[in-house]
Write a protein that binds this ligand. Structure first.
Ligand code: NDP
Length: 306
């Protein structure tokens, strides 16, 4: 346990996300020299209040970074075929560089079909199977935003991650699995813990790095941690207290910081990084599309024109 005066330092996700966003803004200014404005299409189906807040935040941050956003709010009664038709239009529109469908979509729509309908080159969430496969193969593809954000937090906190033992708690397609893959690529030894793991706490106590993506409020406390562990808390859970409701992570922050060396707070840790990497991916997608268009133009230039 840390001495009472020696609590884990906070990993300031807001500050690091601000840095990423200023890098994005610089990239956008560079693209402007080529008369290109990265453009992000955001689709929201239905009126889920939490999704509306997420979409508003993404659009606001995009605007601040100089990225154009095209928002389409579709009614909750939109059919899957109608949504796929809108995605097909955006895929075909050369002015659109990134497409984001805010999840979850209403229950009558197959989320998987929606994700696979997005052009992989515009899939800034990195959820399309082509990008997922590319990530596993170690290719330079669009990578899911939350795990990418966690990696940046870890590199800023620990520097080189080679040889560290990382435990990822959770194996979802959007956080746990890509997180484990990215940690492996950074030369960590990786253990993935899930609901069927036997003695998850004991496995976690072996970790130099813990990434918690479970969706269970304050499940991981000091007793799960090796002294000096670095803790990244992806969880966002709303709990009721006597003072009203508040957001907490999957980690019991007050307890964990007595043992960890560094920890992300909730809110203000991973959350801001997710949006920052969404915009970073939008710029990356734009750059790659420009490159591809230039390559195609060269290929199609006739010998007389060349
Ligand atoms: P999912 O519900 O898709 O996955 C949860 C994972 O946790 C599953 O793999 C599940 O295992 C595992 N799990 C559940 N209970 C236990 C347990 N008792 N012990 C060990 N493992 C367990 O969640 P997500 O990955 O989508 O999200 C996780 C959390 O991260 C949520 O709080 C979510 O709100 C938050 N989140 C935050 C983001 C951000 O920007 N900060 C972005 C995305 C998510 P199994 O597979 O066996 O069922």
């Amino acid at each position: 346990m840390n001495s009472p005066t020696q609590l884990a330092r906070d990993i300031d996700g807001k500050a690091i996300a601000a840095q990423v966003l200023s890098e994005v803004a610089a990239d956008v200014r560079e693209l402007a020299l080529q008369q290109v404005t990265p453009t992000l299409a955001v689709l929201l189906v239905g009126e889920d209040p939490a999704s509306q807040v997420y979409v508003r935040n993404k659009i606001l941050r995009a605007k601040e970074a100089g990225i154009r956003s095209l928002e389409q709010c579709l009614p909750a009664t939109t059919s899957q075929a109608q949504l796929l038709a809108v995605i097909a239009e955006l895929n075909a529109n050369p002015e659109v560089n990134g497409i984001l469908v805010q999840l979850p979509v209403p229950a009558h729509i197959d989320e998987g079909a929606v994700i696979q309908a997005i052009d992989p080159a515009k899939d800034i969430d990195g959820f399309h199977r082509q990008n997922v496969g590319g990530l596993v193969l170690g290719q330079d593809v669009l990578t899911p935003c939350t795990p990418s954000g966690c990696m940046r937090l870890l590199h800023d906190t620990c520097g080189d991650l080679s040889g560290k033992h990382a435990v990822v708690i959770g194996r979802s397609n959007i956080v746990g699995k890509p997180m484990a893959t990215l940690l492996l690529q950074a030369n960590c030894s990786v253990t993935v813990v899930h609901s069927r793991s036997i003695d998850a706490a004991a496995l976690c106590r072996l970790a130099d790095i813990v990434v918690a993506a479970v969706g269970r409020p304050q499940m991981i406390d000091a007793s799960w941690l090796k002294p000096g562990a670095v803790v990244i808390d992806v969880g966002i859970n709303r709990i009721d207290t006597e003072q009203g409701s508040r957001l907490v992570g999957d980690v019991d922050y007050a307890s964990a910081r007595t043992v960890a060396s560094a920890i992300t707070p909730v809110p203000g840790g991973v959350g801001p990084m997710t949006i920052a990497f969404l915009l970073k991916n939008t710029v990356t997608a734009t750059r790659r599309q420009l490159l591809r268009a230039a390559e195609l133009a060269t290929t199609h230039t006739s010998p007389q024109e060349a």
